[in-house]
Design a protein around this ligand. Structure first.
Ligand code: PLP
Length: 415
């Protein structure tokens, strides 16, 4: 039995069934310790946008580490890659003149945003605005703030009371959001929103929902936080989904695609309306930040990753892939075990097992993962009982066909 305690795992089952070690990656494929090759249907955990095995990023990180691995950026300290990255990300942000607060990952970004929201209202003289609003099905990471914002009940269960000033709204109803905000009155602080719900099952918002929800928040003076940890950095064909849907969020949380996962890094991007009170004379020190906020080597990885995305025009490729994935995966909806295939918004899709098939055979989703691996597809099941599809943006059309064929064969095997 190994000493490694696996995250998001049934540890008893892993101990009984054994581990699978992934030792190498190349483009859209990864390889296990026995040399078996798998198509990476999920870009690992939604992050490897530029694909695996990019020596160029490794070289950029090594060069930075030889110069300076990192150094604190607390108070007035900084380092060159962090300065360049902040300018570059701010220039991409949908709201001009944004500021970039760096973190170690998505959960850090969410908890930073949650604290930023409350501190913002404190500085604005409305400290009673503490309530955070989440959507059902939401996934906002696993720190205490993010777990409190979990719209997937199982993700919060068994930890006792977390942050209690959290209210849930339906995932698809802007009128319900408006009513909730009205009821909360001067307690409503912010609305957290994934432009496309990811871990909750890949649910694109109904047409007009995002614009309507944004308008509701703007009119009520409640902060709109776009959680772009998955959608940021290209996955919906623009740098940010907020740009695609013209959301002009007050805050955006990011991670994953900013480095394509070559090193851990997250960011919170704040519009001027939010950062100004923090920067005002007399606001004082905001006692928040992480040891690895502004990690120099992680910033170097991000810069190299963004160079690749621009040079290889991966935003345009993502736009093409939206249709390509839909066309290739669509026929899987005819399979007896499948109730629907959700796709068509970004390089994101889900093959949903029919709830009645799961009811008849509750082990079905669990059996699907090994069957998919046997057919050369590396993926996982999402909370809704769906197969996650979020491949690297460098996936080729032939590889998309390989993906659809592998999933089809696995469905036949488990059926
Ligand atoms: N927010 C969203 C929408 C996510 O999908 C995730 C992770 O998948 C997070 C936040 C948390 O990010 P991390 O796992 O990097 O902490």
């Amino acid at each position: 039995m190994s000493s490694y305690w696996h995250p998001f795992a049934d540890s008893h089952a892993v101990t009984a069934g054994g581990e699978l070690s992934i030792v190498r990656g190349e483009g859209s494929h990864v390889f296990d310790a026995d040399g078996r090759r798998y198509l990476d249907a999920t870009a690992s955990l939604w992050y490897c946008n530029v694909g695996h095995g990019r020596a160029e990023i490794a070289d950029a990180v090594a060069a930075q580490m030889r110069q300076l691995e990192s150094y604190s950026t607390f108070a007035d300290l900084t380092n060159p890659p962090v300065q360049v990255l902040a300018e570059r990300v701010a220039a991409m942000a949908p709201v001009p003149d944004s500021k970039v607060f760096l973190t170690s990952g998505g959960s850090d970004s969410i908890d930073t945003a949650a604290k930023m929201v409350r501190r913002y209202w404190h500085l604005r003289g409305e400290p009673g605005r503490t309530v955070l609003i989440r959507r059902e099905r939401a996934y906002h990471g696993m720190h205490t703030g993010g777990t409190s914002l979990a719209g997937i009940p199982a993700n919060a269960a068994g930890h006792g009371p977390l942050i209690t000033d959290v209210v849930e709204v339906p995932w698809d109803d802007a009128d319900a959001l408006a009513s909730t905000i009205f009821e909360l009155g001067a307690r409503a602080a912010a609305f957290f929103c994934e432009p496309v719900i990811g871990a909750g099952g890949v649910f694109a918002a109904p047409p007009d929902y995002l614009a309507a929800a944004r308008k509701v928040c703007a009119e009520a003076g409640v902060l709109f936080v776009a959680d772009e940890v998955i959608t940021g950095f290209g996955r919906t064909g623009e740098w940010f989904a907020s740009g695609r849907w013209d959301l002009a969020p007050d805050l955006m949380t990011c991670a994953k695609g900013i480095t394509s996962g070559y090193l851990p890094l997250g960011a919170v991007i704040a519009a001027p309306s939010v950062w100004e009170p923090f920067f005002a004379e007399g606001a004082g020190m905001w006692r928040h930040g992480y040891t690895y906020s502004g990690h120099a080597a992680a910033a170097a990885a991000a810069l190299s990753n963004l160079d690749i995305m621009e040079r290889e025009e991966l935003l345009a490729r993502a736009v093409d892939l939206e249709a390509t994935l839909t066309e290739a995966l669509g026929p899987l909806a005819q399979h007896d075990l499948v109730s629907e295939v959700r796709s068509g918004v970004g390089v994101l899709a889900a093959v949903q097992f029919d709830p009645s098939a799961i009811e008849a055979d509750p082990a079905l989703p669990r059996r699907a993962v090994p069957a998919l691996r046997k057919n050369g597809i590396m993926t996982r099941m999402l909370a809704s009982g769906a197969i996650q599809i979020s491949p690297p943006l460098v996936i080729t059309d032939d590889e998309v066909d390989e993906l659809a064929a592998g999933i089809g064969a696995a469905l036949d095997d488990v059926g």
